[in-house]
Design a protein. Structure first.
Length: 243
């Protein structure tokens, strides 16, 4: 069985569409954040509903589903983004149908499942921490293990950082597939991972996609400039107004 692992779509439908159409898979799973930052949240939700078999709630899914302000849950790292994030969240909420909002409301905070004899634990961030909590990738392995020491699973799937990585946590494998729609590792191509259950092989992939319509809609709808900057460069600018 080949499992496609995706995360952090952020309303970027053209990136999602390219990955889902290009990558061969038997089962697709998603680590959350379907919406916010790009102008096709409704299309992304509908696509995920039709193709993804396992999913969990992301922090931006939560903000839109529960009519929250993004600025209410910002850490110091992104405090200067408060106004821009509130604006893009409001824009997103206005583009999501009642049916899709209900879908977001039903997403689990975390989920466990078994595929082809392998046990999985999925959480957008880390267990027992707020949804907006960012895992410091420079943490010593001993500290990283503390987050997951009580998790009973062969494979742990996570997202939120927008940076792909694989780590060994005791006898568990921790996989972050990076971001389909908004990579932040200085590579703007859509990011994903695959796991072959027959061989145990884990692979990361990147795909280019057409951004023409996305750029046009970002400008037409007056999205914050950081969305366009990240689309082009693969990382967030220091100033959210930088394009």
């Amino acid at each position: 069985m080949r499992i496609l692992i995706i995360s952090d779509i952020h309303g970027n439908f053209h990136a999602l569409e390219r990955v889902m159409n290009e990558v061969g898979y038997d089962v697709a799973v998603c680590c959350g954040d379907l919406v916010v930052d790009y102008p096709f949240p409704e299309q992304c939700i509908r696509a995920v509903k039709g193709t993804v078999s396992r999913i969990c709630l992301g922090n931006n899914d939560y903000t839109v589903a529960y009519d929250k302000k993004a600025s209410d849950n910002l850490g110091a790292k992104y405090a200067h983004y408060a106004a821009a994030l509130d604006r893009v969240t409001d824009l997103t909420a206005g583009m999501v149908s009642d049916e899709s909002k209900k879908y977001l409301l039903g997403l689990p905070r975390e989920t466990r499942f078994v595929l082809d004899g392998i046990s999985f634990y999925m959480n957008h961030t880390v267990p027992n921490m707020p949804l907006h909590h960012y895992l410091d990738l420079a943490l010593p392995l001993s500290e990283l293990n503390r987050y997951y020491e009580d998790v009973q699973a062969d494979v742990i799937l996570t997202g939120h950082t927008h940076v792909p990585y694989i780590k060994k946590c005791g006898n568990k494998i921790l996989i972050n597939p990076g971001s389909v729609g908004e990579p932040r590792d200085k590579d703007p191509r859509a990011s994903f991972a695959t796991l072959d259950t027959s061989t145990g092989q884990i692979a990361f992939g990147r795909l280019e996609y057409d951004t023409t319509e996305t750029v046009q809609r970002l400008r037409e709808l007056n999205f914050p400039n950081y969305s366009l900057f990240c689309l082009r460069n693969g990382y967030l600018p220091d100033n959210p107004d930088e394009a």
